[in-house]
Design a protein around this ligand. Structure first.
Ligand SMILES: Nc1ncnc2c1ncn2[C@@H]1O[C@H](COP(=O)(O)OP(=O)(O)OP(=O)(O)O)[C@@H](O)[C@H]1O
Ligand SMILES: [Mg+2]
Length: 568
């Protein structure tokens, strides 16, 4: 029975070569298999095919020929694997078989390497450290070892090799040698490192792109999710990658998106690709928010990928809305001032009939005379009251006119009492019906202030209106208007109420424009007040009242030399 070595498969990534048949045909060459003769590549298969002994021509001849063919094919196969160095060592580590790939990768021709010690393939350091023998010992012990390590070419250059060493045994279990498969992976590793570097680079770009960026395949499955996308959507990349991008959209848009993708795959008809669109997206937690979406398309290795850039428009929209609101508020303000002009005209128009009414009433009163008739006396009294009311109406209309038409403007010396009284009667229009008690406390003396009367009246009217509004729900509605001297040539005016007190929401911005808690308020009243008061060199502030309600105070300068403490 010929000596048939059992040889394990020699494997390398991507290639599997079984050697038993080769070994068998080697084995059939005789008992000296362990010391294979030196052969050139060209004659290797010839040797394999050559009749080895006369008796091989008889009954065993057919088998031998079959084996020889196989051996030849295998030889070709091994030589054909040009990207692999495939060679064999005897148990002492001397090269016994050498393929073309080995010649190509390592540089030695078969003729010069067969029989040489395989240690020459190792770098000097490894040789000094005894690695060649250690590798063989390990392969012997384990059956096979695989590693990536540096090897040397004939020209002395080094390359990174993926190495497999397989121990080969004969039937009796004796070591016959080693099969080695080596692949030069220097470029592969360099390419891998380059890919890793590029990926890092790309990732660092992705992480710094201010817009959220999502990459997905043509079925909408997310492949990458940038750091900004994590922030915008409130998901970690790991929550989204591998899932359908529809999870980031409100239901209706998700359905539409699916349809668009489907149509695009079928017909190539584009929906968002290449344009910027405004859409809605959905955050983790279900909040729907407006986005600007731009989608690009790329084809990588025949597979289409889509890259979406997403800008969160929530803040921009909020700002736009605010600007719109401000605009409509401005429109409102200008309408208010237009109404002021109208009111002025109206006041002028009404004044004449009111004067006429007063005159007729007085004439009627004179016609009745004092003749002692009880009924006529009652009628005369009613006419007196009617005349008084029409005069009052006339006064109110005159004040209103002066107040709104702004004709009577400019800084002048004004008696404070009168100014306050007029403004109060304007501010209080309708207040009595609202059940408000007014308490007026006037500083002694006749203070003359240097002010723009209309403007200061406007301040008072604003404060009084706010005070009345704040007391709408209060059981006790007391409005206090007080004037007092403040040192340094100033007067202080106070408007206090028994209302709700200042809402915490506006407290810090009380005097800023558009700070309001009222549904129909514009939040302009107090900001106008401050502008006016400060233009007068005074100041304005608010304070809570311990018993409930708020007091607004403001100051204005006394007219120089006209501050008189003397009596009225
Ligand atoms: N006397 C007050 N008591 C309680 N809160 C007040 C008082 N005066 C002002 N406020 C608060 O300050 C806010 C701002 O007042 P401001 O007069 O500037 O605007 P507004 O009254 O809301 O609107 P408008 O522009 O019509 O006057 C009010 O909305 C209200 O919340
Ligand atoms: Mg107000």
């Amino acid at each position: 029975m010929p000596n048939t070595p059992s040889v394990g498969p020699v494997a390398a990534p991507g290639i599997e070569i079984s050697l038993p048949d080769v070994s068998r045909s080697f084995a059939e060459q005789g008992p000296s298999r362990n010391d294979l003769p030196l052969r050139a590549t060209s004659n290797r298969t010839a040797r394999m095919n050559a009749p080895r002994s006369p008796h091989e021509h008889d009954s065993a001849g057919t088998v031998a020929r079959g084996d020889a063919t196989l051996a030849e094919e295998l030889g070709l196969l091994i030589d054909g694997a040009t990207t692999y160095a495939i060679y064999m060592l005897d148990p002492q580590g001397r090269v016994t078989i050498w393929n073309r790939g080995a010649e190509r990768i390592k540089g030695w021709a078969e003729a010069e390497i067969i029989g040489r010690d395989f240690a020459i393939f190792y770098p000097a350091d490894d040789i000094a450290a005894g690695k060649p023998e250690a590798d063989l010992a390990r392969a012997h012990a384990c059956g096979r070892i695989e590693e990536e390590s540096w090897r040397v070419r004939k020209d002395g250059s080094e390359f990174l090799a993926a190495v497999t060493i397989t121990a080969l045994h004969d039937d009796a279990g004796a070591l016959r040698g080693f099969g080695k498969v080596i692949r030069d992976i220097t470029h592969e590793k360099a390419a891998e490192a380059a890919i890793v570097r590029r990926e890092h680079h790309l990732r660092s770009i992705l992480n710094t792109v201010p817009d959220a960026m999502i990459v997905m395949n043509e079925h909408g499955i997310v492949a990458s999710f940038s750091a900004a996308a994590e922030l915008v959507f409130g998901y970690a990349a790991s929550d989204v990658i591998g899932r359908n991008v529809a999870m980031l959209m409100p239901q209706s848009e998700a359905r539409a998106h699916d349809r668009h993708l489907h149509t695009y795959r079928r017909t190539g008809e584009r929906h968002v690709i290449g344009n910027v669109r405004l859409e809605n997206a959905m955050r983790n937690g279900g909040e729907i928010f407006p986005i600007e979406l731009a989608v690009g398309e790329a084809s990588i290795a025949g597979e289409r990928i889509f890259t979406g850039f997403i800008r969160d428009l929530t803040h921009r929209r909020a700002t736009e809305r605010r600007v719109q609101e401000l605009q409509s508020e401005l429109v409102h303000v200008s309408r208010v001032s237009a109404m002021g002009t109208m009111a002025s005209t109206l006041a002028h128009e009404i004044n004449q009939p009111l004067t006429a009414i007063a005159n007729y009433l007085e004439a009627a009163r004179a016609m009745i005379g004092d003749d002692g008739n009880a009924l006529l006396t009652d009628i005369a009294e009613a006419l007196d009251l009617a005349a008084a009311q029409s005069l009052r109406a006339g006064t109110i209309v005159r004040r209103l006119r002066a107040f709104v038409d702004g004709r009577d403007t400019g800084f002048r010396d004004e008696p404070l009492d009168l100014l306050v009284e007029e403004a109060t009667s304007l501010g209080l229009l309708g207040a009595h019906e609202a059940g408000i008690a007014v308490c007026t406390r006037v500083a002694p003396g006749r203070a003359i202030v240097l002010v723009d009367r209309i403007q200061i009246q406007q301040v008072l009217v604003n404060l009084i209106r706010n005070a009345i509004q704040s007391m709408a729900g209060s059981p006790d509605k007391v409005l206090t208007i007080a004037t007092a001297r403040e040192g340094d040539g100033y007067m202080q005016i106070t408007v206090a109420d028994t209302g709700t007190g200042i809402d915490a929401a506006v407290r810090a911005r009380l005097f800023e424009a558009f700070a309001t808690t009222k549904e129909d308020g514009m939040g302009l009243g107090l900001s106008i007040c401050r502008t006016i008061v400060e233009a007068h060199g005074g100041r304005i502030w608010a304070e809570g009242i311990a018993t409930g309600g708020t007091a607004f105070h403001f100051t204005m300068p006394l007219a120089q030399g006209r501050d008189t403490d003397t009596d009225d």
